[in-house]
Design a protein around this ligand. Structure first.
Ligand code: NAD
Ligand code: DAU
Length: 353
């Protein structure tokens, strides 16, 4: 199959693209605008593969999307391109409305027109897989889990924009018959994560002896999933998921933010004893406005119906992640210096590769 992946230069998208090229015979067309969070260096290990193609395209650009579908002739779409950081959505929501809502609309329309032009046999294989978040369900108290039946109740501009995109995807299925799949996943972590998010930020700040800013009292809870486990779940849903269904994905790894930061500090104390105790760098700062208290996923549907289980525990995954950041100095330095932004000029012609 040829899979069109949007946002393939991002954190999760790059894991999906690397897995497809490394572990399957499929080819991938990566459609990415390369915003601040898009980094082609995360795809360095597979970018020379003849089954990998790159399109430097904004998903809001309908004409460019039509050209990509026409020339690349994909069998499926996996839609990951998005503005993804909650704090940025609070300080500047406009890009979130544009990419996450208008961009998803443009991609749905391009997919619908392309799907309509396919012969029956290719139509039967076509899927539009929309990758979304557990944040659409809002916040939990101390008890309970998000199921696929939990009503939507998004609280931040980010989660509201993702909820909107989920509804558009659902409508394009019910109204136009587009064969869609939607997945809602909990917090991911792992290699190649842009260091604005909690885990990579804490690892890099701690190694550089900078303060570790914990919002509020650090008691907010997130349910962590190793990114490679998420990528495997997405591949499984694309292959075996039932058209029109939603699947929750999560690792049953609930931790308070403070627990996460202490775990990172303990691993760093062992690997970099000269900086110990890294926990002395923890600094409580003003809380995020509207900060959701707790997310926790019931992933029993994908386990029962498709047989997915995560391979990593939080303990194994977080150790791998800390080690990866210490061992991949070039990737880290290029991100922190901004040099990764030059990768496109030095490695690709504009438009395609
Ligand atoms: P990311 O910010 O690391 O990557 C986003 C990618 O999308 C980047 O490569 C960026 O260049 C690209 N992009 C942004 N705007 C674009 C546009 N207009 N046109 C084309 N490309 C554009 O995000 P991520 O953490 O990898 O998240 C990927 C998807 O998974 C998102 O849809 C997000 O909502 C969802 N998700 C993320 C998590 C998580 O914990 N990170 C959890 C659940 C769901
Ligand atoms: O639940 C899935 C979502 O997880 C995804 O949809 C989002 O794209 C992804 O960014 C993530 O959202 P969060 O807001 O949960 O992730 P973030 O890493 O920004 O924050 C995790 C928790 O840590 C949250 O409770 C806020 C807190 N935090 C975050 C930062 C950046 C801090 O305490 N200090 C920080 O400096």
């Amino acid at each position: 199959m040829k899979i069109l992946v949007t946002g393939g230069a991002g954190f999760i998208g790059s894991a999906v693209v690397r897995q497809f090229i490394d572990e399957t015979p499929h080819s991938v067309v990566n459609v990415d605008k390369l915003t601040y969070s898009g980094n082609l260096e995360s795809l360095k290990s597979i970018s020379g593969d003849p089954r990998y193609f790159f399109e430097h395209v904004d998903i809001c650009d309908a004409l460019e999307l039509a050209r990509v579908f026409e020339t690349r002739q994909p069998d499926c779409v996996m839609h990951l391109a998005a503005e993804s950081h909650v704090d940025r959505s609070i300080s500047g929501p406009a890009e979130f409305i544009q990419t996450n809502i208008v961009g998803t609309y443009a991609l749905l329309e391009a997919s619908r027109s392309y799907y309509g032009s396919l012969p029956e046999e290719r139509k039967s294989r076509f899927r539009f897989h929309h990758i979304s978040t557990d944040e659409v369900y809002g916040t939990l108290g101390k008890e309970g889990l998000f199921t696929e039946e939990t009503p939507y109740s998004p609280n931040s501009p980010y989660s509201a924009s993702k909820a909107s995109s989920d509804h558009l995807v659902r409508a394009w299925h019910h109204t136009y018959g587009l064969p869609v799949l939607t997945t809602n996943c909990s917090n991911n972590y792992g290699p190649y994560h842009f260091p604005e998010k909690l885990i990579p930020l804490m690892i890099l700040n701690a190694t550089n002896r900078k303060p570790l800013p914990v919002y509020g009292n650090g008691e907010n809870i997130r349910d962590w999933l190793y990114v490679e486990d998420h990528a495997r779940a997405l591949r499984l849903v694309l292959e075996k998921g039932k058209i029109g269904e939603n699947y929750n994905i999560g690792g049953r790894n609930e931790k308070t933010n403070l627990e996460v930061v202490h775990t990172i500090c303990t691993i760093l104390d062992e690997l970099l004893p000269e900086g110990a105790p890294h926990a002395s760098l923890i600094s409580f700062v003003k809380d995020r406005p509207g900060h959701d208290f707790r997310y926790a996923i019931d992933a029993s549907k994908i386990a029962k119906e498709l047989g997915w289980m995560p391979r990593e525990t939080f303990e194994s995954g977080i150790r791998k992640t800390v080690e990866w950041y210490l061992e991949n100095e070039a990737w880290v330095n290029h991100v922190t210096s901004g040099e990764y932004r030059n990768w496109i000029e030095t490695h690709y012609e504009k438009g395609s590769a």
